[in-house]
Write a protein that binds this ligand. Structure first.
Ligand code: PMM
Length: 417
């Protein structure tokens, strides 16, 4: 029905909580027949995997005895798998994982990243299944004490890298592994947004990437107070489309909405060259440096995202004294046809060297403003003769702003005079 390799990327995984108390669908699918019907409906709406869970991870939820968890999920896993549906079991318990795979599950989705049950990695290593390591810093009772990050995208990637290494050491090959930033799990809204904006950090880990944005509280914060949780489905679907090109799978409750949003995203992406020339035309309108006519190469560019530098810029004494992290994105526009035709590094810009030059320019003499830092970076990029235009964004995620915020940045576009 939904064999591996058939599903378009990203896949949509449908959530099926067989619990009395999950925060958005608790109690609806405790009856196996109702769960099976919902699983079928999610597949019909476009899910390639059904993620079956028997224990709520909602803050304040009571832990569930493994026997109770298994009694809830195993009949549903078996019934779905018997229909040829690809099933994931959402569990932190190794015995439940093993029993679910025995019943036909193809994936173990462990929100604890193998930190809750010491037997999990060895168990999964011996099972014929994929394994999802979600970023986790402990149960919801401790989230208040463990929700601080220097820069969430980097910290989460570093912590997941360690979990991936542990999984591989236990004998789980990387082609069986998935990672997930664990949105909402010991993360404040700003951390969730930063993680979504910097998914490349997770992609660089080498495992497949899934994100679970669905119906989470940080989306509810964008809706009027008291809005029903289902109203978050539209926001989830928008996010599904926005991150589609950087993830392998999306875990959602309203599969139809995300599947439709992805259809829109795919149609737009398929119109790539047209979309690219529209962007070039827009950029041309903004930059005197753009060639008068949109030549075929004017969309060519090299992009460096999320470069990190530690520096002492800022107007406050403590910023000058203690320093903080700055994150820089650079787009360098240059004609890449010659480099591609001759496969020749000398005909383009060496991105590793450019990255080092940008970081070095940020890490020198402290100044007050990130505007000044951005100008400095633009000058470094334009020092490469082949570059005719650059877009530089300097983020200051730990800026001294007294209200909750996710990021502040300055973007400039500079070209040759
Ligand atoms: N979120 C929840 C449960 N399981 N699994 C993964 N891999 N990623 C998630 O983000 C995730 C998860 C909590 O949401 P729910 O109560 O709606 O299932």
């Amino acid at each position: 029905m939904t064999g591996e390799g058939v599903a378009p990327r990203p896949e949509v995984w449908g959530v099926l909580n067989v619990t009395p108390d999950s925060f958005s669908d608790g109690g609806r699918y405790l009856d196996p027949a109702a769960a099976l019907a919902q699983g079928r409906a999610l597949v019909a709406a476009g899910a390639s995997v059904i993620d079956v869970g028997g224990e709520s991870t909602r803050p304040g939820a009571e832990p569930v005895a493994p026997e109770v968890e298994r009694a809830r999920v195993l009949p549903v896993v078996a019934a779905l798998a018997a229909e040829g549906i690809r099933v994931s079991i959402d569990t932190m318990n190794a015995e439940t994982a093993a029993a679910a795979v025995e019943a036909g599950a193809a994936i173990v989705n462990d929100v604890s990243g193998a930190l809750a049950d010491p037997a999990m990695l060895a168990t999964v290593a011996a099972l014929p299944c994929d394994y999802m390591l979600m970023h986790w810093r402990g149960p919801s009772a401790v989230w208040d004490q463990v929700s601080d990050y220097a820069w969430a995208p980097r910290d989460v990637a570093d912590e997941l890298r360690a979990r991936l290494a542990a999984a591989q050491e236990a004998g789980i090959a990387v082609d069986r592994l998935w990672v997930d930033p664990g949105l909402g799990f010991a993360k404040r809204a700003e951390h969730n947004w930063q993680l979504l904006a910097h998914l490349d950090e997770l992609r660089a880990l080498g495992a497949r990437v899934l994100v679970g944005t669905s119906r989470k509280r940080f989306l509810g914060a964008l809706l009027p107070d008291g809005a029903p949780v289902e109203e978050r489905d539209l926001l989830t679907a928008v996010l599904s489309a926005l991150v589609a090109d950087r993830v392998d799978a999306l875990r959602v409750h309203d599969v139809a909405a995300s599947a439709r949003a992805l259809a829109v995203q795919r149609s737009l992406a398929a119109a790539g060259p047209a979309a690219a020339s529209a962007i070039v035309a827009l950029e041309g309108a903004y930059s005197a440096a753009a060639p008068a006519s949109a030549a075929p190469h004017t969309g060519d560019r090299i992009t460096l995202s999320g470069l990190r530098a530690f520096a002492h810029h800022g107007v406050f004494d403590h910023e000058r004294r203690d320093g903080q992290e700055f994150v820089i994105d650079v787009v360098a526009h240059l004609d890449l046809r010659g480099a591609a035709a001759n496969d020749e590094l000398a005909a383009t810009v060496h991105y590793g060297e450019l990255a080092e030059q940008v970081v070095a320019a940020v890490e020198t003499d402290p100044v007050d403003l990130i505007e000044t830092v951005a100008e400095r970076v633009a000058a470094v990029v334009l020092a490469h003769a082949a570059v005719w235009q650059t877009t530089v964004t300097v983020h200051k995620p730990q800026a001294p702003i007294t209200v909750p915020f996710s990021d502040v940045s300055v973007t400039i576009v500079r070209g040759r005079p």
